[in-house]
Design a protein. Structure first.
Length: 178
């Protein structure tokens, strides 16, 4: 038995609803043109706005004095107070709590628990309240603190009620630099 192949073309007539390739190309070109005009308009508008902002910044910069002229001892004192205030504000903002806590985690024995940490930004010091099982744990904590970024570690006080934990306060200079 010999099978013969039959090819059937089901699209014998032209479809009326189809869009031709040139029509698609023209439509895509129109969309690209409209989007280009829109982007160009946005660019011009934003560029003008940015130029206005730069103009405002430049005019404000011109109003600022180029250098500070200190004519009297009083001016110097006022300027120094302003600089100290700003430096203190910046120091508080850049103080690394995570750095301090990481350093304490490294130097404190597992048997010492922190209750309160109070930094003094003006003195570059920190006061730490904590609890420990015994006095030897506090001494270990002080020794380890002095080997790190803490200096002048001083045990301010300690107390114990009955067989409860030993509560203590430590003061230390804390160096922000490594």
């Amino acid at each position: 038995m010999n099978v013969r192949r039959i090819d059937i073309n089901l699209t014998t007539r032209k479809r009326n609803g189809s869009i031709s390739s040139p029509a698609i190309a023209v439509f895509a070109s129109i969309i690209a043109f409209v989007l280009t005009i829109s982007n160009l308009n946005s660019y011009i508008t934003n560029r003008a706005y940015i130029e206005v902002i730069f103009g405002r910044v430049k005019s404000l910069e011109e109003k600022l004095p180029r250098e500070v002229v200190l004519n009297s001892e009083q001016d110097i004192k006022v300027f120094k107070r302003q600089v100290d205030y700003i430096n203190g504000f910046v120091e508080k903002k850049v103080f690394s709590w995570t750095g301090l806590l990481s350093e304490l985690e490294e130097v404190l024995p597992n048997s010492v628990y922190l209750l309160q940490i109070s930094p003094d930004f003006e003195q570059s010091s920190v006061t730490i309240s904590g609890s420990a099982r015994n006095f030897d744990d506090i001494l270990k904590a002080i020794d380890k603190m002095e080997s790190g970024r803490f200096k002048k570690v001083i045990l301010l006080n300690h107390s114990q009620k009955g067989n409860g934990p030993l509560i203590f306060n430590i003061s230390a200079q804390y160096s922000l630099e490594s």
